[in-house]
Design a protein around this ligand. Structure first.
Ligand code: ATP
Ligand code: MG
Length: 268
């Protein structure tokens, strides 16, 4: 891999503190993502994947703490040293995130076109009209038929798959260098899942963005990603090219996860 390192995470620790005590959800995770690379962060439910993503976006749940020795460098900048204003400028413009639940990630009382346009307005577009036109073009690019009319609709008037396309339009509006996709298809039915994955792959090729793809589905990993990082109980136990992971997993836990995917193991 000759592309420069875009994101460098060192010794990331995320702890949730409550009256009941502290849970170390991320326990010293280190990895890098190169420009233009599609990398999977894979592991079973509760292993800490979303906690990593939220730390990268610096959107922390109440009680969540990033450990003092953690370092996150993005595009040469020390992300954990940025103030909230600088972070707001970065979020959506250079790093963006696509969430698991399109329904709850959208504002129910705002037209979807306005929600996409708002991303442009937040990041320097002065003309509302131009922002709206850019939003419609982006909605069209994500495969929403009749985008100019759909832009005037509210989230509840759209199907789940269309809502996820709206979220993808929002995430990609500013052509970020890195998109974090956190189980972007798990709330959708299987045929729609395949369409959304195709869309993400096409957009990745077209824009050259890096994608950190969070999933527990090795089928998705095989289709989309060149490298996978396997996470277990807050740690990365394996980080290797996808081919190698499928043919010769180095970690027993990875092998165990792969055995849980009958279709893939039967093929090989
Ligand atoms: N807001 C929170 N408060 C307390 N504990 C939390 C919070 N969010 C997550 N956790 C705990 O941190 C651990 C990691 O959770 P996280 O959501 O990062 O896992 P995940 O790998 O994304 O799981 P899933 O595949 O189910 O989305 C879990 O033990 C979870 O219970
Ligand atoms: Mg999660």
């Amino acid at each position: 891999m000759t592309a420069p390192v875009l994101l460098d995470v060192r010794d990331l620790v995320v702890t949730y503190v409550s009256d009941a005590g502290a849970v170390r959800a991320v326990d010293g995770v280190s990895f890098a993502v190169h420009a233009g690379e599609t990398v999977a962060l894979v592991g079973e439910s509760g292993c800490g994947k979303t906690s990593v993503a939220f730390a990268l976006m610096r959107v922390m749940a109440p009680g969540a703490r990033i450990g003092a020795g953690s370092r996150i460098t993005f595009d040469g900048a020390d992300l954990l040293a940025l103030d909230e204003r600088a972070m707001c400028d970065l979020r959506g413009r250079k790093i963006s995130m696509i969430f698991q639940e399109p329904a709850s990630a959208l504002n129910p009382v705002m037209k979807v076109g306005a929600q996409v346009a708002e991303v442009a307005l937040l990041h320097g577009e002065r003309s509302k009209r131009a922002a709206w036109d850019r939003a419609v073009a982006m909605l069209d690019r994500t495969g929403i038929a009749d985008a100019a009319r759909r832009a005037h609709q509210y989230p509840h008037e759209l199907s789940g798959g269309m809502r996820q396309r709206v979220l993808i339009a929002m995430a990609l509006m500013m052509r970020p260098a890195l998109v974090i996709a956190d189980e972007p298809t798990s709330a959708l039915d299987v045929t729609v899942q395949a369409q959304i994955l195709d869309l993400l792959r096409d957009l990745q090729r077209e824009t050259g963005m890096a994608v950190l793809f969070i999933t527990h589905d090795f089928g998705v990993v095989a289709e989309l990603c060149s490298r996978a990082m396997v996470m277990r109980a807050g740690r990365i136990v394996e980080d290797a090219p996808v081919d190698r992971i499928f043919h010769a997993p180095a970690d027993p836990y990875t092998a165990e996860l792969l055995r849980a995917v009958p279709r893939l193991t039967a093929d090989r």
